[in-house]
Design a protein around this ligand. Structure first.
Ligand code: ASP
Length: 336
């Protein structure tokens, strides 16, 4: 018999209006979900409910919250056949990416969902998102970290927030949907990870100094020298198109070389959601390779950030981290 743990972490789905705008309201949400008849209807999996303390707007979440969500799942891993994590949309793609790396050997569904309109409002999309996520977690046809939102089930580390007001808040620009929920839930079995899993473990992240640097025409790279050369360990460089840089006036490349000497890993991603980085396609990008940067291939920046946290928390050898950044370890990228 399927039994799912619903873990409420905050986000719009469980918020109510206050003088200062929407805020998480644990008491309201607890009552609301225990009174939702459709969650207890025939055919629904059994479920238990838990919440994190404090409940947060996901824009306030960080590595500590990823670690507690991961540890909660790990602590209850054997008690449930699947997990539904209720979470704000703002950083859901980061948390999903982080959990995908943190939960090694995951062989059960972990479905993150939330809503654009709080459950307390008449037009809330939270009802369907919650009910369908619970069904997907109960069916256990996907055994990986996913986001279910607005009728689409996406691989968590391939998803990115795309809309702040549409009901389809997330897209997976470089990987097919794992399922679509219309009249029936149709799984795309060819896209779902069906590999044999090893032993399950959870590896919390260390709070490594990581940064994203987005280039733009006219960027003055020298302004970032201290950060890039001496502070950051992991750097996601968001470049144009397939991995191109503006004219660096002889500044960025020596900076990147120095960063590399100091043990930093620079990963090149694209500002285009739908893209694969190819640092050899143009002269404007090939210099990055010479400076020791690695390709983020078709990874989202969210996945690249989470992967840097994971690798720096598990490996001590920078050369090894660089190698793994370009390798597919949880379905997060297609190797060039
Ligand atoms: N600010 C909210 C959050 O991310 C937005 C949402 O849930 O949609 O927690």
């Amino acid at each position: 018999m399927a039994k799912v743990l619903i873990l409420h972490t905050g986000g719009t789905i469980g918020m109510t209006a206050t003088e200062n705008g929407y805020q998480p309201d644990g008491e309201y949400f607890r009552r609301a979900i225990h009174h939702m008849d459709s969650l207890k209807a025939k055919g629904m999996p059994e479920w238990d409910f838990m919440e994190t303390d404090p409940l947060l707007d996901s824009s306030r979440m960080s590595v500590a919250e990823w670690n507690s969500i991961g540890s909660l799942i790990a602590g209850h891993y054997n008690d449930y056949s699947g997990f539904v994590i209720l979470h704000g949309t703002d950083t859901m793609a980061y948390t999903a990416s982080a959990l995908s790396f943190m939960l090694k050997g995951l062989d059960k569904p972990v479905i993150l969902t939330g809503s654009q309109i709080p459950l307390c409002e008449t037009r809330s999309d939270g009802r369907d998102n919650l009910i369908t996520s619970l069904i997907i977690a109960g069916e256990a046809k996907v055994r990986e970290v996913c986001i279910y939102f607005g009728g689409h089930l996406l691989r968590g580390n391939r998803a990115t927030k795309f809309s702040a007001d549409g009901m389809q808040a997330f897209i997976s620009p470089n990987y097919p949907d794992l399922a679509t929920a219309g009249i029936a839930i149709r799984y795309n079995m060819a896209a779902i990870d069906n590999e044999e899993k090893g032993e399950f473990s959870c590896r919390p992240f260390e709070n490594i100094p990581i940064g994203i640097l987005k280039v733009f025409p006219g960027i003055q790279f020298s302004l970032f020298a201290k950060l890039v050369c001496h502070t950051l360990k992991g750097i996601v460089l968001e470049t144009f198109g397939s991995g191109n840089l503006p004219d660096d006036e002889g500044i960025l490349l020596p900076m990147l070389k120095e960063a590399e000497k100091n043990g930093a890993v620079v990963t090149v991603c694209s500002q285009c959601p739908q893209a694969t980085v190819n640092m050899h396609a143009y002269e404007a990008g090939s210099v990055l390779r010479e400076a020791g940067a690695v390709s983020g291939c078709d990874m989202t920046s969210e996945a690249a950030v989470a992967k840097l946290y994971y690798l720096f928390s598990t490996c001590r050898d920078t050369a090894e981290i660089k190698q793994y950044m370009e390798k597919n370890i949880r379905g997060e990228l297609h190797e060039n």
